[in-house]
Design a protein around this ligand. Structure first.
Ligand code: UFG
Length: 327
């Protein structure tokens, strides 16, 4: 298929683009490199540098695009609380421009990178797709608004669409992993401590209503996540907007993640309790039964040890490269 991948230089977008290329698709990436890395753009992809809202119409007017995978977004919970305007513009306004460009150019199919943050603080876990959506931060609110937007486009204009609500994506695939200029995610930060690039990991609160007092999350391997996108693209039907959760169904506390990283790295990882981070829910664990039964999604790497091991191999390699570049 001829596909547009927005945000294809980011962590999730670049792994999905690489897998689509491996499977023989023709991939064009749009990225403004605000958070993405040039090295992450997979070989064989066509690259258009720019903001999605500015360039999508022009790119899609080239004709014959069969689908769009939309990853480009602002995606940090804490940052969204501090600068919500950037999130409403960067996520909602940008996606509206993209959907209009798709409609004007008869691009029939969309896979959208949605999030567990649309649910907010769930009343029970695991979270199923029919549970209430009450985001606790602007990031989740923007993604939920986009999900509503997509539903209306499917209904009115016949768009074939799937939203995938990711829980905590982690791990690495080949030489692509989490490599952000400003890192806020738990596993990469813990591994930077293991590597000696940071002194300690700060645990954002140990007084949450969870078994060990630290927040519980559901970690999914990036490569399993990519498979789900391919399945969604294949299953998309005109006029239907499907929504699926993507996680492992297992919750791990922040302390358990740190312990697993100590195990796979064999290194001492000092930790210190710090204040809670704004916008964080206590527990997010997915039920992924719907995508397993309807699309046949079969995760093979989504266990915390494999995720931490793959992430560690990537981070260590990155550390070595940075070290040799400095010499
Ligand atoms: N945490 C720490 N110390 C740190 C970093 C994180 O204690 O230095 C804690 C956070 O407070 C949170 C947990 O580790 O409880 C996970 O935090 P991340 O920043 O790794 O991930 P989030 O759960 O905040 O968010 C991620 C994605 C979102 C997505 C969400 C869905 O960034 O896009 O998972 O579960 F919506």
């Amino acid at each position: 298929m001829k596909l547009l991948v927005t945000g294809g230089a980011g962590y999730v977008g670049s792994v999905c683009a690489a897998v689509l290329l491996e499977q023989g698709h023709d991939v064009t990436i749009v990225d403004n490199f605000s958070t993405g890395n040039r090295e992450a753009v997979p070989e064989g992809a066509h690259l258009v540098e720019g903001n999605v809202a500015d360039v999508a119409a022009n790119v899609l007017s080239a004709g014959d695009f069969e689908g769009v995978l939309h990853f480009a977004a602002r995606s940090l919970v804490g940052e969204s609380v501090e600068i919500p305007s950037d999130y409403w513009h960067g996520n909602v306004v940008t996606t509206l421009a993209l959907l209009d460009a798709m409609r004007e150019n008869n691009v029939p199919s969309l896979v959208f990178s949605s999030t567990a943050a649309t649910y907010g603080e769930p009343s029970k876990v695991p979270i199923t797709e029919d549970m209430p959506t009450q985001p606790t931060n602007p990031y989740g609110a923007t993604k939920l608004s986009i999900d509503f937007m997509i539903t209306s486009f499917a209904k009115a204009y016949g768009l074939a669409a799937t939203s995938l609500r990711y829980f905590n994506v982690a791990g690495a695939y080949g030489d692509i992993g989490e490599n952000r200029a400003i890192e806020t995610h738990l596993i990469p930060i813990v591994l930077q401590v293991a590597l000696g690039h940071r002194d300690k990991i700060y645990l954002f609160g140990d007084d949450w209503n969870t078994p060990d007092g630290t927040p519980v999350r559901d970690y999914i391997h990036i490569r399993d996540l990519a498979d789900a996108h391919v399945l969604a693209l294949q299953a998309n039907k005109p006029g239907v907007h499907s929504i699926y959760n993507l996680g492992s169904g297992e919750g791990y506390s922040v302390k358990q993640v740190v312990d697993m990283c100590r195990k796979v790295t064999g290194r001492d990882i000092p930790a210190e309790v710090a204040p809670r981070r704004a916008g964080d829910p206590a527990v997010l664990v997915a039920s992924s039964d719907k995508i397993k039964s309807e699309l046949g999604w079969k995760p093979t790497r989504t266990d915390l040890e494999t995720i931490a091991t793959d992430a560690w191999n990537f981070t260590r390699n990155l550390g070595d490269k940075a070290h040799s570049a400095k010499r």
